[in-house]
Write a protein that binds this ligand. Structure first.
Ligand SMILES: O=P(O)(O)OC[C@H]1O[C@](O)(CO)[C@@H](O)[C@@H]1O
Length: 241
């Protein structure tokens, strides 16, 4: 794993943006894996600015998001579909049919999970997967205890994850209890992984990811075994290393 230490959130976002643009501009058909949460918002803002300055285009790009809440419709302001559209897709001229998220309101969620896996394979797998880091070591919505061999599946969200994400919802009761997420093995099949980590509250998790044992009790620890991982982390997040 390569660790790039940067000053703060802005630097992290800019660094990630330059890296993605370099890939997108130099690949014929790049396949990007995207994440939600607060961490990548700065990256997406930077990408929008670069698009507006005509330094990058996205019409040849396909995207696959990590996860989606179960039970929310695409137009629900708390769905990840809505988040991605508002914070990135509608600003960068990417054809919506080239963007993919698992559908959290599919009638048959198991079938949806299988189909999502097939779509990723058909696209030739993910070239660069952007990841955030959960406080408990989750990646995507793969909570502690998830098998490393997992593929796209339905998960019960930990109370700690529901609490951490409650800030986006009117009340904690409104936070869904389930999600559909790429599995750990799905994420690990990405050719490259870029993990973004910012803030002091992530410092313990980052230290455990880098120096802890590889265990299903801390899902992100599996990244130690991937051959091409770049971590871009700010000073606060690196404070326990
Ligand atoms: O970036 P945040 O908001 O700290 O979230 C970290 C991770 O947790 C999730 O939001 C899921 O809880 C992921 O999508 C994200 O990568």
């Amino acid at each position: 794993m390569e660790l790039i230490k940067v000053k703060d959130y802005n630097e992290m976002s800019k660094r990630a943006c330059s890296f993605i643009i370099e890939k997108v501009n130099n690949m014929e058909k790049p396949v990007l894996g995207l994440a939600t949460g607060s961490t990548p918002e700065g990256l997406y803002q930077n990408l929008i600015e670069k698009y507006q300055k005509q330094e990058v285009t996205f019409d040849h790009v396909q995207t696959f998001n990590l996860d989606e809440y179960v039970g929310l419709k695409k137009d629900d302001p708390n769905s990840y579909d809505y988040y991605m559209n508002e914070k990135l897709f509608k600003h960068i001229g990417i054809p919506r049919e080239q963007t993919h998220l698992p559908s959290g309101d599919a009638a048959d969620l198991s079938q949806e999970a299988l189909q999502y896996e097939s779509l990723i394979q058909e696209a030739g797998n993910i070239d660069v997967q952007i990841l955030g880091l959960g406080l408990n070591g989750h990646i995507g919505f793969n909570e502690p205890g998830t098998q490393f061999s997992s593929r796209t599946h339905i998960v019960q969200l930990d109370e700690s994850t529901r609490n951490a994400n409650a800030r986006f919802f009117p009340t904690i009761e409104d936070v869904p209890k389930q999600a559909i997420t790429m599995g750990i093995d799905t994420i690990m099949q990405s050719k490259m992984i870029v993990l973004l980590v910012s803030g002091e509250k992530k410092a313990n998790a980052l230290s455990q990811l880098i120096d802890g044992e590889v265990t299903e009790a801390f899902p992100a620890s599996i990244l130690q075994t991937h051959s091409n991982v770049m971590i871009i982390a700010d000073q606060a997040a690196c404070s326990k290393l």
